[in-house]
Design a protein around this ligand. Structure first.
Ligand code: PRT
Ligand code: MG
Length: 217
């Protein structure tokens, strides 16, 4: 591992990167490149002691857990699936907001299936959250793990229902699906490596404080 004495912050590109820019600005941090156009995975900033690593959203907790990044920003959905072990989670940043829900094809009587105690098939990327949700309702379901485009599964007979994230609802609508149950409100959190917090406290704390002061309600 290369030595970098400053702060390494792990971010995914897309909505998390975009919505983190104002928080970074509040901490006096401005990336010198745009991850949408640059192919670099490590981006410099205006501060020589701060760099960004651009990774898949689901990988962020892992980079921070092992200290390859000192801090990161990850959705609650991702943190629940990861388990959050060893991660310090000081702030809900209230960005990249959406909700996790159960959705079915329009016309599928989910309530009736629940009442009958039918064993339904549910496709999802969020196995842990889905398992907890259906267990708390006393429902028996067969979970099918997918890595993308959950919305397709019920349309081609792979599953009766999906557990997925929804923000505008446009994707569900476009695919003839309707939301039948809300599971959880999702936003992104700041996560910090515990050892980094001790060893680099003087560097990290001002950034955490600046983020805290810039959170929008
Ligand atoms: O896209 P990729 O496969 O690389 O990974 P990812 O989907 O995990 O990452 P990314 O960057 O898309 O999402 C990062 C984080 O943003 C997630 O972990 C969530 O915490 C948060 N977030 C907020 C969302 C959404 N809103 C969202 N709408 N993540 C995904 N979506 C998807 C959703 O899965 C569905 O396919 O957008 C679609 C629905 O959007 P609407 O607006 O049509 O309802
Ligand atoms: Mg995505």
């Amino acid at each position: 591992m290369t030595e970098f004495g400053g702060i390494t912050l792990a971010l995914s590109k897309g909505r998390i990167f975009e919505e983190t820019l104002p928080l970074l600005a509040a901490a006096g941090i401005v990336p010198t490149e745009d991850p949408e156009t640059s192919r670099k995975l490590i981006l410099a900033t205006n501060r020589p002691d701060v760099r960004l690593v651009i990774i898949r959203a689901t990988d962020t907790p892992t980079y921070v857990q092992y200290g390859a990044a000192d801090m990161g920003i990850a959705g609650k959905d991702v943190l629940i699936e990861h388990g959050g072990a060893d991660l310090y989670q000081p702030l809900d940043l209230n960005i990249a907001k959406c909700r996790m829900c159960v959705a079915v094809p329009r016309g599928f009587d989910y309530e009736a299936a629940v009442r009958r105690g039918a064993r339904i098939r549910v496709a999802t990327k969020y196995i842990q959250t889905a398992r907890d949700h259906f267990a708390s309702k006393g429902m028996h379901v067969d979970l099918i793990k997918l890595y993308g485009s959950m919305e397709l599964a019920p349309l081609v007979g792979l599953a009766d229902a999906i557990v997925d994230l929804v923000s505008s609802g446009g994707t569900l609508r476009a695919n003839g699906l309707v939301e039948v149950e809300d599971i959880l409100a999702v936003s992104s959190r700041l996560i910090v490596n515990q050892a980094s917090l001790k060893l680099k406290h003087d560097l990290l704390q001002p950034v955490i404080d600046a983020f805290a002061g810039a959170i929008k309600p």
